[in-house]
Design a protein around this ligand. Structure first.
Ligand code: PXG
Length: 413
């Protein structure tokens, strides 16, 4: 990992082809990956990298986990898609296991995170009208400043990031924004028409923002007092990432609607969903909501295996133990460029001082040393390796991370 990588012709050619034929809605680091295993990936020129992004926590189990691949292959040899017009023999056992692991009574399977968030918003609104008694068309949902919940037109409509919204309106009404981490603001914003409070227990895309201690617990109390659903988006923080099965567990709450995605597909297939008790989930009747692919047998088999790996390999414990130690090591680096190290478990942000540079040149320097990390929110280097990472692998990575964080080999302006 400490050896310097070399960019060859294959990389250049692959980037040129992709840039030519694709929409330019991303600005990836200039590396072209063609193989992955466990915590490592290889580029088309044969360089090896430690993956410290894990596809934004969709690869908590590592690349190509054998048990997940076995489930994928086995299921692919039998049946892959039925649609929900028919039953399949995989969805039931998958949702049963998911409910048992999370403690909810019911689950509704989807594919991507944004679809699951949309599903939660629809569930909350319909619950508001049919159970809480909110007058038709008046339901309000509260979300937070600096949120990230996906890219649909409804979801970007309540984003506070100008770029996510600009050019995509008009937007869905019925959302209210409050500051993140401020439970008093939640209480003030609630009206008799409020049906839900949508929140990330740690804001990932917002820059690994950890709210004040006890924030989610207090929000859960406020929501319960006012008959408002706490909608906990654990798409990025869930399934072991922060050192508990769900980040809300640090505060003793999983919310009234729990949204899961990313690692539920074990990095091989998009699997997401929402969990809730019957009082909420039973608002859906046939025809209200659906998805061609949600709950398909291949996704259900992969989802079951992905969940089993998280539990059987105690990946939450590993994230907690390694995360505490890793953050301590990062905090010990004496660097004029670092403003703060923050995070929980193996969801770690190194905040670069604005007076130094953005986090981007640091990520580029890390890449040259065989570490793949991606900046988030301009100033933050995010370190979120697969949870199957070991002490030894991280120790070796620190040999590259420490000099880069001190500024060695970083192109500063
Ligand atoms: N909620 C949270 C907390 C997320 O981090 C989503 C919802 C949406 O998930 P889908 O599967 O629809 O992307 C996320 C996604 C990107 C990108 O490329 C997305 C995320 C993180 C970084 C980049 O759009 N998180």
């Amino acid at each position: 990992m400490s050896s310097t990588t070399t960019v060859g012709q294959e990389t250049q050619a692959a980037i040129l082809e992709a840039e030519h034929w694709s929409a330019h809605n991303y600005k990836p680091l200039p590396v072209v990956l063609s193989k992955g295993e466990g915590c490592f990936v290889w580029d088309v020129d044969g360089n090896r990298y430690l993956d410290m992004l894990s596809a934004y926590s969709a690869l908590n189990q590592g690349h190509r986990h054998p048990a997940i691949l076995e489930a994928l292959h086995e299921q692919a040899g039998r049946i892959t898609l039925t649609s929900r017009a028919f039953h399949n023999d995989r969805m039931g056992p998958f949702l049963h296991a998911l409910c048992e692991a999370t403690g909810f009574e019911k689950a509704l399977p989807m594919n991507t995170g944004a679809e699951a968030v949309e599903t939660a918003l629809k569930a909350a609104r319909k619950w508001g009208y049919t159970v809480k008694g909110v007058p038709d068309g008046r339901a309000e949902i509260i979300a937070c400043e600096n949120n990230f919940h996906g890219r649909t037109t409804t979801i970007v409509g309540f984003s506070t990031e100008a770029q996510y919204r600009h050019g995509f309106g008009p937007f869905t009404p019925g959302f209210k924004i409050i500051p993140y981490g401020d439970s008093a603001a939640l209480e003030d914003a609630i009206t008799e028409n409020t049906v839900g409070f949508l929140v990330e227990p740690i804001q990932g895309e917002g820059g690994v923002i950890v709210p004040p201690e006890g924030y989610l617990a207090r929000c859960a109390e406020i929501c319960a007092e006012h008959d408002v659903l706490l909608i906990n988006d654990e798409i990025q923080t869930g399934l072991g990432r922060t050192g508990q099965l769900f980040c809300g567990d640090w505060d003793g709450t999983r919310g009234d609607i729990l949204i899961v995605g990313k690692a539920l597909g074990g990095g091989v297939y998009p699997v997401s969903g929402i969990l809730a008790d019957a009082e909420v989930m039973d608002v859906f009747t046939p025809g209200d909501h659906g998805s061609t692919f949600g709950g398909n047998p291949l996704g259900a088999a992969v989802g079951s295996a992905s969940l089993r790996v998280i539990l059987d390999e105690r990946l939450s414990d590993r994230a907690r133990e390694l995360g505490d130690w890793f953050m301590e090591r990062l905090r010990a680096i004496d660097s004029p460029h670092v403003e703060e190290i923050r995070g929980r478990g193996l969801m770690v942000g190194v905040v670069i001082r604005e007076t130094s540079a953005t986090a981007r040149p640091f990520c580029e320097a890390l890449m040259e040393r065989g570490i793949l990390a991606k900046e988030t929110h301009h100033q933050v280097i995010r370190f979120a390796p697969p949870l199957v990472v070991t002490h030894e692998i991280l120790e070796e990575a620190l040999e590259s991370i420490e000099p880069v964080v001190r500024g060695e080999g970083v192109e500063l302006p």
